[in-house]
Design a protein around this ligand. Structure first.
Ligand SMILES: Nc1nc2c(ncn2[C@@H]2O[C@H](COP(=O)(O)OP(=O)(O)O)[C@@H](O)[C@H]2O)c(=O)[nH]1
Ligand SMILES: [Mg+2]
Ligand SMILES: [Zn+2]
Length: 291
């Protein structure tokens, strides 16, 4: 029996990677009866039926399951934003952060295209997120700047790259792993749109061990899975202080003697982070109105 990881799923064929070798496998019949849906990132055991074909015998327990993109055992997400062109939008960063926190992923915030940006602006942005406890990397993917530190963070992990179109995700991955030859720029955006229809992401192997997923499909607009009272859990600096509010049910909105609002006034919480919180809170409220 051999061990491997599903790197691609296509038409009920599964591409299993063991070391540097890829074997095309089908599922044992009993899994079909159980309606078990195997996905990229799943670890399996299999037997060979020929040199590069086999049958999946067993599926190892999952450590995690990400819904969008659909992938198992994802360890972390690299949220990639361009500092400029397209200009970074902190409210959008916050939305991605909430989804990543909700998905219980380790988070790396990667600010790209620093060659085009003002150093003062970059320093301020970095400070804003480092202060909360996030790991922030500043890079220029196109020039291979800052790539090494990111490469070490990917080692032996399954990492999803997410962020707006044009941020430089594909350029970054090409710099990290020469040979991937992912299409970048205008063309990739057109193809990318078509590709959204594929249900499964693909794991791309890194030479140093580990896999990456290049996807724009990491959804950041849909907060309907979230309860109002839990939103604060995904803003570390808010949940950190929430216990000091007068009311244990405080949503840090209009309640009196709210420690969070006080912290915003005292500049301990960034006012735009608090605005992001209120905005998403309102969206969650709205989405639950019809029930
Ligand atoms: N100036 C500059 N341009 C970059 C950098 N990284 C990527 N780009 C450009 O930004 C555009 C979008 O990059 P791409 O990797 O396709 O973005 P994606 O949509 O996130 O995959 C391309 O024209 C890249 O050449 C960078 O570090 N500096
Ligand atoms: Mg791309
Ligand atoms: Zn409060």
């Amino acid at each position: 029996m051999l061990n491997g990881i599903v790197v691609k799923a296509y038409n009920s064929f599964y591409y299993i990677q063991t070391g540097s070798k890829i074997v095309t496998c089908k599922l044992r019949g009993r899994f079909k009866k159980e309606r078990f849906s195997l996905t990229v990132g799943d670890e399996v055991t299999y037997t060979l039926t020929s040199q590069d074909k086999g049958v999946i015998e067993d599926i190892l327990p999952r450590r995690s399951l990400l819904k969008r993109p659909l992938a198992a055992n994802v360890d972390q997400v690299v949220l990639t934003f361009a500092a400029v062109n397209p200009d970074i939008n902190p409210a959008l960063v916050d939305r991605f952060l909430v989804v990543a926190e909700f998905s219980e992923l380790e988070i790396v915030l990667c600010i790209n295209k620093i060659d085009l940006a003002d150093t003062g602006v970059i320093a301020k942005l970095t400070e804003r997120y480092e202060r909360i406890g996030y790991k922030v990397l500043t890079v220029a993917a196109k020039f291979g700047l800052g790539i090494e530190e990111l490469r070490t963070l990917l080692h032996d992990k399954i990492t999803v790259f997410a962020g707006p179109s044009g941020a430089g995700k594909s350029t970054l991955l090409n710099a990290l792993q020469p040979g991937l030859e992912l299409i970048t720029g205008e063309v990739s955006q057109k193809i990318g749109r078509g590709k959204h229809t594929t249900r499964f992401a693909e794991l791309l192997p890194m030479a140093g061990g580990g896999f990456v997923v290049d996807t724009p499909g990491f959804s950041f607009t849909d907060f309907t899975d979230l309860a109002e009272s839990h939103l604060m859990d995904y803003f570390p600096e808010i949940s950190h202080i929430a216990a000091k509010c007068k009311f244990s049910t405080c949503l840090h909105f209009k309640e009196p003697q709210c420690a969070v609002k006080q912290a915003v006034a005292d500049n301990l919480i960034h006012p735009e982070r608090y605005e992001s919180y209120l905005e998403i809170l309102a969206e969650i409220k709205d989405s639950k109105k019809g029930y």
